[in-house]
Design a protein around this ligand. Sequence first.
Ligand code: URA
Length: 406
Amino acid sequence: MGLVAKEESLFSSLGWDEDISCEKCGLYKSCQNPKIKVYGNGNKGILNIGEAPGEEEDRAGKPWQGRAGRFLKQMYRRFGIDLFEDCWNINSVDCRPVDKEGKNRKPTQLEINCCRERVLKVIEEKKPKLIILLGGVAVDCLISYRFSHGNGSITKWRGWVIPDRDFKAWVCPVFHPSYLIRQTSGEVAMTVWKQDLERAFTYLNKPFPDFGNEEIEIIDDLSVLNEIKDGYIAFDYETTGLKPYASGHRIVAVSVSTGKKTYSFWLPQKKKDRRPFLDLLANPKVGKIAHNMKFEDLWSVIRLRQPVVNWVWDTRIAAHILDDRQDITGLKFQVYVNFGIPDYDSAISPYLKAKDSKNANSFNKVDELIGSSKAQDLLVYCGMDSLFTYKLAMKQMKELGYDISS
Ligand code: URA
């Protein structure tokens, strides 16, 4: 998909790869109040993004005028937030979508895509501190388009408070109020919704994080690794496939992060040149962290003939312990929800997929990548994996009450 050109401002240059415009969408032709404008004073810097105007909103030319809006207003009031004084309000789609019988309907993907530029302009102009995404359509509008594939339902997104670096705002997906109104025995959903909102509003007082040094150093000579004598490291491999057994499989690139420093390198051919890394794996004073440690563990044993000494943390398992929803433990998802960078590996991820998805021993296309102009991207991506694995581990340890000083 790749609707936004990476490296360019999300606001100034939308690299759409499909024809999108109000003409293409056409909803404006059939509604009473086309292109409803942002509404509210935004005194507390909150931007609410809903789904689309319904009948009442279309009649009044303002968002949140019907039952869902009244319910939302009442809920916000409980948290000391006035929906129209303290917030700005828009929808993912500006004009009312109707079905053949003239009833409200969900906007289509095309309609959402056509209206996205307007949503981004509102964010650029208003610079909200907190963006509440009410429902799955709003998630589609603001999050999914920045991921090259797979986004999942609101169930997976709700409850995270995401320090989104593109928008420099906390982005908080929650259920849509109409979903709660529709639930007949919805105590659980309601409790979850209130908790999600309450948590989101606490971030109004938290400054947007400074993520510190996130540089990746690409090295040839591994002797700098000899300086790591204790503490923790996160490390990551890029390999020719998932399993190390079949003949010809190898570790291509390695990265090591101490949190302060992150090194990335092609695995040297000669054992003597690998020595500093092998010694690090063998050093019992250095705690080892990985995202899915059984992968790094197995490849270390089979292909480097060096068991990993002193495993301390697996960020994938910890992510599952902290939150057992489906489809959330992947590093890419965790990096976005915790550190606000969407889809950082999209340039190289196609090369890491097995050529034969049914065969666990299959080779991927990493060798094609190495021979291309994107080879350096693989080292950067590998470095980011261990850097964010390290950061994630520290965050998880804190959340789970581990003493990280020892
Ligand atoms: N539902 C929405 O998503 N937005 C509105 O403005 C009203 C109902």
